[in-house]
Design a protein around this ligand. Structure first.
Ligand SMILES: *[C@@H]1O[C@H](CO)[C@@H](O)[C@H](O)[C@H]1NC(C)=O
Ligand SMILES: *[C@@H]1O[C@H](CO)[C@@H](O)[C@H](O)[C@H]1NC(C)=O
Ligand SMILES: *[C@@H]1O[C@H](CO)[C@@H](O)[C@H](O)[C@H]1NC(C)=O
Ligand SMILES: *[C@@H]1O[C@H](CO)[C@@H](O)[C@H](O)[C@H]1NC(C)=O
Ligand SMILES: *[C@@H]1O[C@H](CO)[C@@H](O)[C@H](O)[C@H]1NC(C)=O
Ligand SMILES: *[C@@H]1O[C@H](CO)[C@@H](O)[C@H](O)[C@H]1NC(C)=O
Length: 448
């Protein structure tokens, strides 16, 4: 195996005294630290791995390294490698080298390429990649630093043949504040885009998701950004015709009900509004939602109706009552942990029992007979999710305060005193009557 090829493939992390690769056979995982030209032989042991990680180093000194086109035997060897994922962490990457090394991936079966905590330097000459296809379908960058994307038009046009086949892209924790419209148009087959932990603001969405950008996009994650308007988010993504999952969690959103007539893409099924500072459920909601997460907000009431909703997450809010289940005929999962609910609705207990997964831990339960009994029955049916019994405690009445709900006695004699005693009284009364009759009869008898 030619060292030059391995250098090309691995982008060779360099420098350092201790430098070698460690292969874990059970995980088929290989990690190489501080790899340098001299010890590149150590990478041989990574050949049976499916995941190879290069950790640490600085490849600047190989900038002028001649990376020739490989000869046929090398191409054959590269084609026989089982490596599917390459991770490059903590490396200073001159773009000029990356541009030359990327071509080697076209001879491999590597599907997944991930860069973490890397610094990309300079601008590369990408013309070698003109019309070139790559097997990589998933590309990710986390905590990376590079020149602004707007300076990279040439790279995007040279890489367009490959980019239009890419299915997953993540650029997270990298201070991204805008995405030019033209970039989205290059990613014609992209299905998943993760832009979490960046600096995107309301105004940056409309240009990023302009008409014709990301036409196949199904999943978009924008959690932990700088978004502040629910309706601006709607306007920002409304031109994505295939969008199914949208994650806006951990943005401070304000939803001004009067300000917008925006319609969410009708394809949306999963919507995450967790930790967005909401005081009420915003409207309009996407009409065909199946999963809605509005946990970790300040909701006091929920009065919405969604006929196809299957999973509703309302944990960590200020709700005082369980929302009416009649509004969600298809619901199978309902999470209400850490609210202010004291009782389950008696008339809807059957509806609750219809669900597969109910969680109501961390609420101030009223442990009346019906309150404790309802929860115990739900737990007995196996529908109560995690947290039972430890996290279900009584808040009232005083005699049970702090008790686990599971330990509150709900026997018939204690709870249904009237129901148990009434027949008893009747029975006693009847007995009394019988005795009286008998006594009277006996009197009769004696007299007779
Ligand atoms: C890699 O090199 C750095 C210094 O260049 C050193 O601190 C570190 O311990 C080395 N890591 C390994 C795993 O050898
Ligand atoms: C390989 O990984 C497994 C699972 O993480 C671990 O238990 C094992 O100790 C590792 N083997 C070596 C040789 O590091
Ligand atoms: C992010 O990357 C820089 C190098 O660019 C590194 O110094 C820093 O520790 C990384 N931060 C995290 C949280 O990984
Ligand atoms: C967040 O967005 C606002 C405008 O909506 C802007 O003024 C502010 O600088 C942004 N903050 C960051 C950290 O990007
Ligand atoms: C919504 O986002 C939060 C925080 O990012 C995450 O913990 C939660 O699992 C997500 N909810 C769903 C239903 O995926
Ligand atoms: C409820 O609150 C407790 C304590 O603050 C926390 O440990 C738990 O994770 C929360 N549960 C949910 C589902 O939010």
């Amino acid at each position: 195996m030619s060292a030059a090829v391995l250098l090309g493939l691995g982008l060779l992390a360099a420098e350092g005294r201790t430098n070698r690769c460690y292969f874990n056979r059970t995980q088929e995982f290989c990690v190489c630290y501080n790899l340098s030209e001299e010890t590149v032989g150590s990478i041989i042991q990574c050949l049976p791995a499916t995941v190879v990680e290069f950790q640490g180093g600085d490849v600047e000194k190989y900038m002028a390294f001649p990376i020739r086109d490989p000869d046929p035997s090398v191409i054959e060897t590269l084609g026989s490698l089982v490596i599917q994922k390459v991770i490059i962490e903590n490396v200073l990457v001159p773009e000029i080298l990356l541009a030359r090394a990327l071509k080697f991936f076209s001879y491999t079966h590597v599907q997944d390429l991930a860069f973490g905590s890397c610094i990309f330097q300079g601008t590369g000459d990408w013309s070698d990649m003109d019309g070139q296809n790559l097997p990589i379908v998933s590309l990710s960058f986390h905590n990376v630093t590079s020149a602004p994307l707007t300076g990279h038009e040439q790279a995007f046009s040279s890489l367009s043949r490959w980019l239009e086949t890419l299915e997953e892209l993540a650029v997270t924790g990298s201070r991204v504040s805008s995405l030019p419209c033209a970039i989205g148009k290059a990613f014609r087959a992209l299905r998943s885009l993760n832009l979490a932990q960046n600096s995107l603001s309301d105004g940056s969405l409309t240009p990023a998701f302009c008409q014709g950008a990301f036409p196949q996009l199904r999943e978009l994650s924008l959690h932990h950004n700088n978004l502040s308007s629910y309706h601006a988010a709607c306007e920002g993504v409304q031109l994505l015709p295939e969008l199914r999952h949208l994650d806006l969690s951990h943005n401070q959103l304000v939803a001004d009900p009067s300000s917008s007539s925006c319609r969410w893409p009708a394809s949306l099924r999963h919507f995450n509004l967790s930790s967005t500072g909401l005081d009420e459920v915003p409207t309009p909601l996407p009409p065909s939602l199946e999963v809605l997460d509005v946990s970790h907000n300040h909701l006091r009431a929920v009065d919405i109706s969604l006929s196809s909703l299957k999973k509703l997450f309302l944990n960590q809010n200020l709700l005082q009552a369980v929302p009416s289940l009649r509004n969600y005929p298809a619901l199978d999962t309902l999470h209400l942990d850490n609210n202010s609910i004291s009782e389950l609705p008696r008339d809807e207990l059957q509806l609750l029992e219809r669900l597969q997964d109910v969680a109501v831990a961390g609420n101030p339960f009223s442990c009346s007979c019906s309150g404790a009994g309802g929860l115990q029955a739900l737990a007995a049916s196996g529908r109560l999710g995690q947290g039972w019994p430890g996290d279900y405690r009584c808040h009232s009445p005083a005699q049970y305060q702090g008790w686990p709900v599971a330990r509150v006695p709900v026997s018939a004699l204690r709870c249904h005193r009237a129901a148990v005693l009434a027949p008893l009284c009747v029975a006693l009364a009847l007995l009394g009557a019988a005795v009286a009759v008998c006594v009277v009869r006996a009197g009769h008898c004696r007299r007779a």
